[in-house]
Design a protein around this ligand. Structure first.
Ligand code: NI
Length: 484
């Protein structure tokens, strides 16, 4: 009996505790569901699924770049080049206007809180620029609000700079060899891409069609100094791993139009002393000067490491520092100035200055100059705008020269000390301003190897100020790429 009662009691207790557990489970699951709903809502409101990458361009000496920036019902940001040839400019502008018009034709025009605004960004790269020839590459990204993916398209334009005529693929070849040339391109592209994709029946058919020797298949191409790069859209090759194919100009040399071959080898920069100096030229001072410049720092670890290297090598460099990064290593800024390096401004927040209001623009520049003065005792004597972006308004308000570069290591992209080392050794010229970023280990490692190697070739390392003092001063608002 006792036992029974006890059992009865424990059953009751058990039931009650199960009942309580169930209620807790209910409450818990409702909470979880609510949380999921709230998170989903907040995400939909504040986070569009994809973001259009900001439009970019890489500055090239001798070509001005203009920016179209509209921010009303939709957002448009497009860079396009301005050359000395009006016909080239008109063709390029027509392409950009057309791209914008098509985008606007597809946009509903209203921005909404959910999904943001429709966006278009057009980036420009000048892949080759000679006396007679210029080759442009455009990346356009479009995103319509509510859409979960970006639309990306590539456009290429190559021009004869003296006549203003646009080259199609046939025009880059010798006239009497145009058939043979297309056949060769087709074979090279087919064989090369087949290796990437392997040989299933399906891919090989698409690839065969996509690389057949027709003008349309090869309508997208860009040239640089040594390469013909073919852009083959996915519909042509039915795969997403690789849609470009590079052909070294050397391998198709016999087919190319004479205009495309470099007229003469530039003077060997590897020979010591006055080899590269033409009499009467700005660099005719019997010296080989080079200015290494480091952007985006200071970095807490790599800037001090770089300063150690520069000190051991007993050379000077230029630092274009970001106001917002100074707190990472303020002592490195002071030390750089004390050890004879030039500390210059790369603005405060690394924003594209041409897109800011006059007031914000001024703040970006002045705040950084104030901080530099505080840490080093003097105001910066040079300014490098983020992305190299500049316009007339900006230039007119500067009280220092605007310093760009003539050799871009692309260190932020390649992140490989060997590649950076090789690229600089192959391309550096007397009077170059070389662009690095001291926020990457690989850049500092590359600089460590480059300094003794270039010293061996007779180079003297100077700051940008020293380069200008030796080869021609620049005034406020003057744009400096190099002093070659
Ligand atoms: Ni930068």
């Amino acid at each position: 009996m006792r036992m029974k009662r006890a059992k009865h009691k424990s059953d009751k207790l058990f039931q009650r505790s199960v009942g309580r557990k169930l209620t807790w489970l209910k409450v818990l699951s409702i909470c979880v569901m609510l949380a999921v709903l709230v998170i989903a809502f907040v995400r939909a409101e504040t986070q569009p699924k994809v973001v259009v990458p900001p439009a970019q361009y890489e500055s090239v000496e001798g070509i001005e770049v203009a920016l179209i920036h509209q921010e009303d019902n939709c957002s448009v940001e497009a860079y396009y080049p301005c050359t000395e040839n009006e016909q080239v400019n008109a063709s390029v502008k027509a392409f950009v206007d057309d791209t914008i018009e098509r985008f606007k034709g597809n946009t509903s025009g209203k921005s909404s809180r959910i999904g943001g605004t429709d966006e278009l960004s057009v980036s420009l790269k000048v892949t080759r620029f000679d006396k007679d020839l210029v080759s442009f590459l455009f990346h356009s990204y479009t995103r319509y609000k509510g859409q979960r993916s970006l639309e990306h398209s590539i456009n290429t334009m190559t021009f004869d700079l003296s006549s203003g005529e646009q080259y199609d693929i046939a025009a880059i070849f010798n006239k009497d060899k145009s058939d043979e040339s297309l056949q060769t391109l087709s074979q090279l592209a087919y064989n090369g891409l087949k290796e990437v994709y392997g040989e299933t029946e399906e891919t090989s058919n698409t690839l065969k069609q996509g690389t057949a020797p027709t003008d349309e298949n090869f309508s997208l191409f860009a040239l640089d100094k040594d390469t013909l790069r073919l852009y083959l859209p996915q519909c042509q090759i039915d795969a997403s791993q690789k849609d470009t194919f590079d052909i070294p100009l050397e391998t198709i040399k016999s087919l190319l139009s004479k205009r495309l071959l470099p007229a003469e080898e530039p003077p060997e920069p590897t020979k010591p002393s006055s080899q590269g100096n033409k009499p009467g030229g700005p660099s005719n001072d019997g010296k080989k000067l080079v200015a290494f410049t480091f952007d985006d720092g200071p970095h807490g670890k790599y800037t001090p490491r770089l300063l150690d290297i520069l000190k051991a090598e007993n050379i000077h460099a230029t630092f274009f520092i970001l106001g917002c990064n100074i707190s990472n290593a303020p002592e490195a800024v002071t030390r750089a100035a004390q050890e004879g390096h030039q500390v210059a401004s790369h603005t405060f927040n690394h924003k594209n200055l041409t897109k800011l209001s006059q007031e914000k623009q001024k703040q970006e520049i002045d705040d950084t100059a104030d901080l530099i003065e505080k840490l080093t005792g003097s105001r910066p004597t040079g300014m490098r705008p983020p992305y190299g972006a500049k316009d007339k308004t900006l230039l007119s308000r500067l009280d220092t020269p605007l310093i760009l570069w003539s050799l871009d290591t692309r260190d932020w992209d390649v992140r490989n000390a060997d590649t950076i080392y090789k690229h600089v050794m192959e391309t550096v010229k007397n009077g170059d301003i070389v662009l690095f970023h001291d926020i990457y280990e690989t850049s500092v490692a590359a600089a460590e190897r480059l300094i003794p190697a270039l010293k061996k070739q007779g180079y003297t390392f100077v700051t940008v100020d020293e380069l200008l003092a030796a080869r021609g001063e620049a005034g406020p608002g003057d744009v400096v790429h190099s002093r070659r």
